[in-house]
Design a protein around this ligand. Structure first.
Ligand code: PLP
Length: 375
């Protein structure tokens, strides 16, 4: 059964984003079968709802949760979620005491961050393995490990993990992956030589978990894959989002009629236009203007003219439709409707950006298609 089949049979009275937690559950199981799983629910669970994705992940095999900021971790606690949580990106004056008090583990990317930790902190030392982005530079790693070990011996904190993150894992054959794996192995050895014996060592996110067991170590941090996004495009995961909106009005226009801001599209024949009450403020990328399509009455129809802030226009042609009829902007693709991946392609971006850019004005609901095995 597809997500579409369990959407309310009545036409939605407003733009509605349905999150299929059955799809999330199936994806979680796929990953939990490969490696122990830290479910990454940053950025509101990649736009799918952090608490819903977190609960679903924990119920289907995840052992803990990962977020970017400590505030995101606190939000999970406020939802009553008491599973282990790791937060990995915080400024040096973050609420470390609050984190320790809430049982939130934190990643430490520098000596300054390490020295800012309160008694009882549980930390993961983070090594930058190839992106010159977050994590300690290799040149600082030895000093970081040594200082962490001294603090640990003094009983000031506990080093529970070592982590790295791959920059090119979505291209499994990229030569940088081998270099990064080697650098992470060096980081682990250096930490060991300093006397550290952390419980977990983690390098892989979605792509590496799916494509390269050499990156698995003791844990995977998986975000995109849980919600059906596979950056490596190697594995059939279940997309979890369906966005529908009702047609507001229909109008017949003559050839030569310009449509939307800037008149970027002009009807070349008599046709019927439908107005949809969703626009770029709701997360439809404006860059997809002139390329995007939607699903109406079992047919693909093009959006025409510019996508505006609050609305978009669909060229219905001779598609039978009436005001109030539901239009699927994207879904899992089972029936032929566009997918988030297609929307990302139309906007020259990645699925992550479309999913995390969906607006707060959308009515949100969850559905749960039954678990099923992936082909
Ligand atoms: C976002 C993120 C992840 C999850 O990556 P996915 O490719 O979405 O699975 C893992 N680790 C870190 C450090 C991240 O920032």
């Amino acid at each position: 059964m597809s997500a579409l089949a369990v959407l309310p049979a009545v036409a939605p009275s407003r733009p509605t984003l349905a999150v299929d937690l059955g799809a999330v559950a199936a994806n979680v199981r796929t990953f939990a079968a490969l490696n122990p799983l830290l479910a990454v629910v940053k950025a509101d669970g990649f736009g799918h709802g952090a608490a819903d994705v977190a609960r679903t992940a924990l119920a289907h095999g995840a052992t803990g949760l990962g977020v970017t900021s400590i505030d995101e971790a606190f939000a999970l606690r406020d939802h009553g979620i008491d599973a282990p949580v790791l937060s990995w990106l915080n400024p040096v004056d973050a609420d470390w005491e609050g984190a320790a008090g809430a049982g939130v583990e934190v990643a430490v990317p520098s000596l300054e961050h390490l020295l800012a930790q309160p008694p009882g902190a549980r930390v993961h030392l983070h090594l930058d393995v190839d992106m010159a982005r977050d994590g300690a530079a290799p040149a600082e790693w030895l000093a970081l490990c040594g200082a962490a070990r001294r603090l640990e011996r003094a009983g000031a904190l506990e080093v529970v993990g070592l982590m790295g993150h791959l920059g090119c894992a979505d291209e499994p054959d990229h030569p940088a992956n081998a270099t990064a794996r080697t650098r992470f192995a060096w980081g682990l050895e250096t930490a060991r030589a300093a006397g550290l014996r952390p419980r977990v060592r983690h390098l892989a996110a979605t792509s590496a978990t799916l494509t390269d067991p050499r990156t698995h170590h003791t844990l995977s941090r998986v975000g995109a894959g849980l919600v059906g996004i596979d950056p490596s495009r190697t594995t059939a995961l279940r997309p979890a989002l369906t966005l529908t909106a009702p047609l507001v009005t229909l109008r017949e226009v003559r050839p030569g009629t310009p449509v939307g801001y800037g008149h970027t599209w002009v009807a070349d024949r008599r046709t019927t236009l439908g107005l949809l009450p969703v626009g770029y403020a709701d997360g439809l990328p404006r860059l997809a203007s002139g390329r995007g399509e939607v699903w109406v009455s079992g047919r693909r129809r093009p959006l025409v003219g510019r996508i505006s802030m609050d609305m978009a226009v669909v060229d219905l042609g001779d598609t039978p439709a009436r005001p109030g009829d539901p239009v699927t902007v994207f879904g899992p693709g089972d029936a032929g409707e566009p997918t988030v991946r297609e929307w990302a392609d139309w906007a020259d971006t990645i699925e992550h950006e479309v999913a995390t850019g969906l607006g707060s004005r959308l009515h949100r609901t969850t559905v749960a298609t039954p678990l099923r095995s992936l082909a």
